[in-house]
Design a protein around this ligand. Structure first.
Ligand code: ATP
Ligand code: MG
Length: 524
């Protein structure tokens, strides 16, 4: 006990001396002298300090872009740190293969070994000096990961180890990757505590290319195109093109456009950024959103024809605007539309401007029900590299749906269904709905018969509609002819009237001149 007491009092006096020296140093040495001293003591320390440090910041380029290297190292360390670090940060990830993800906490150090060489990783952050007190983390807090190693291993660490860490980190995140579905936040929420341009949820959609009902040849072509894109890093570099590809998916509602996007994301193992253009106020916001998307992602703009003033839809006539004023829902909608000033050129820049090349490995998809309404500039090849039409259900597509829904590859009713599908337009969504058993009693035969009935009904409906349309057209034609006839008669009558007026004028003027003579005659 006595020894402890002595040690404690010695420790106390050492600390007091350090404090004393420090106070003298701070108070009596001018800043310029302090900088000079620090510089020279650092040189001396460096002479004897045999370690090298490399620091990786979380954000690069003035906080524009989250560093991929930082993310990869963090993933790599997360795998190792849970075994060695004493303080860990835990994140519960729902429905993941590893629901509890552990990573090293701030100001924590862990060691790692590579080819028998020891390195130390340290995670730290800097907080800006602010006067104000806040419960929330400062928005410009900067995080770093630093690796320290002996200078004799410099070549090994900088040449091989760092690359190993980055590759391994990438591989781990690909293995554990949970696809995410992002949507853009309104710009009012971009700053402050919840500063984030995108919100996300875990993307879990069961759609796969195998279950997608469409022409098998077309499907194979799309899959090949995607594979070529995925493996195309060197190719794109060689031809000097940004590593991205645009797809335009078009077709009637319920033909599988959104389903195909989900299948693509699952196939490519890419995140989806579902961009809601009406929530984007202007072109600069669009650019900021683009910068915050990561590589290996699909950026989707659904129903592009309704999202923007690209088809002239936004240019509402005055009368229409007045009409909107009365309806509060319409009024709010039109106010919202007025709020967004994203232009066609802004969108074109978004797709293939200089900024779009940052990051790489991105797919951009537009969907529309009305391809003819779109501005040709927007969908020209090179911008939307591949135009994919999703159409009404063919027999081949039906076979896939039958396999998915009923696990059947052939049946006596198939030839009838084939014939009827050839005669009637029915979307895969409607076919699928018919194939789904409505109750536990419905067996395969009933489901297929339901479809046959629906096809018959759809055909009847289509014929009725056709007849109705023909009648309407006929009526419209008749009306137009009658109107034309009426207009002609009116024009002729007007002409007659004009002629009569002319005549009257002539008679009057003749009468007037005759009267003058008479008058003159009478006068003379
Ligand atoms: N080609 C298809 N293959 C498999 N299922 C399909 C297909 N097309 C539609 N479906 C089914 O119909 C539903 C609706 O399809 P989806 O949402 O993909 O249509 P869409 O073309 O995006 O329609 P919209 O133009 O209205 O957005 C899906 O949930 C899916 O079950
Ligand atoms: Mg859709």
């Amino acid at each position: 006990m006595e020894i402890f007491g002595t040690l404690w009092s010695q420790f106390g006096s050492i600390m007091a001396s350090i404090m004393f020296v420090y106070t003298i140093y701070e108070r009596f040495f001018p800043p310029s002298l302090r900088i000079y001293l620090r510089k020279h003591t650092q040189i001396i320390t460096n002479l004897f300090y045999p370690y090298i440090q490399i620091t990786f910041p979380e954000f690069t380029g003035e906080k524009l872009h989250r560093s991929d290297a930082y993310a990869s190292i963090q993933t790599y360390l997360s795998e190792n740190s849970s075994k060695t670090a004493k303080r860990l940060k835990a994140e519960v990830v729902k429905d993941s293969q590893t629901p509890l993800v552990l990573s090293m906490d701030d100001n924590e150090e862990i060691t790692d070994y590579f080819n028998g060489v020891k390195v130390w990783w340290y995670s730290h952050h800097t907080t800006p000096r602010t006067q104000s007190f806040s419960f929330y983390p400062a928005s410009d807090e900067k995080r770093f990961l630093t690796v320290t190693f002996h200078r004799r291993h410099r070549d090994l660490i900088t040449g091989t180890y760092i690359k190993h860490v980055l590759d391994e980190g990438k591989a781990i995140s690909t293995r554990n990757r949970q696809l995410k579905l992002y949507t853009n936040n309104p710009s009012e929420n971009w700053y402050g505590y919840k500063r984030s341009k995108w919100s996300h949820i875990v993307f879990e959609h069961p759609a796969r290319f195998e279950t997608l009902a469409m022409d098998p040849k077309k499907k194979e072509e799309i899959v090949k195109d995607l594979v070529k894109f995925k493996k195309g890093k060197e190719y794109y570099e060689k031809i000097g093109k940004a590593w991205k590809r645009g797809y335009l998916l078009y077709g009637p509602p319920g033909t599988g456009k959104s389903t195909m996007i989900a299948a693509m994301a699952n196939f490519m193992n890419y995140d989806i950024y579902d961009l809601e253009l009406t929530a984007v106020k202007e072109n600069t916001e669009l650019r900021k959103l683009l910068i915050e998307t990561s590589g290996k992602s699909i950026i989707v703009i659904e129903d592009i024809d309704c999202s923007l003033d690209l088809t002239g839809q936004r240019k509402k006539k005055k009368a229409e605007e007045k009409e909107d004023e009365k309806d509060p829902v319409k009024k709010a909608k039109s106010e919202e539309e007025k709020g967004s000033k994203v232009t066609l050129s802004g969108l074109l820049n978004f797709i293939d401007g200089i900024w779009s090349a940052c990051g790489g490995e991105r797919i951009i998809i537009f969907t529309t029900n009305f391809v003819d309404k779109l501005d040709p500039a927007l969908i020209r090849r090179g911008r939307m590299d591949k135009h994919i039409e999703l159409s009404y259900c063919s027999f081949e597509a039906f076979r896939i749906l039958a396999k998915n829904y009923l696990d059947v590859e052939s049946h006596g009713l198939f030839p009838i269904i084939e014939r009827k599908l050839g005669e009637t337009d029915m979307t895969p969504a409607d076919v699928a709905e018919n194939l789904m058993p409505k109750s536990v009693d419905e067996d395969l035969d009933t489901c297929l018969r339901n479809l046959v009935e629906s096809l018959d009904k759809a055909k009847e409906e289509a014929e009725k509609m056709k007849k109705k349309k023909a009648e309407e057209d006929e009526e419209a034609k008749k009306k137009a002819e009658e109107e034309e006839q009426e207009a002609k008669l009116k024009a002729e009558k007007e002409k007659e009237k004009e002629k009569e007026k002319e005549k009257e004028k002539e008679v009057n003027s003749n009468g007037e001149s005759g009267g003058g003579v008479k008058e003159n005659g009478h006068l003379h």
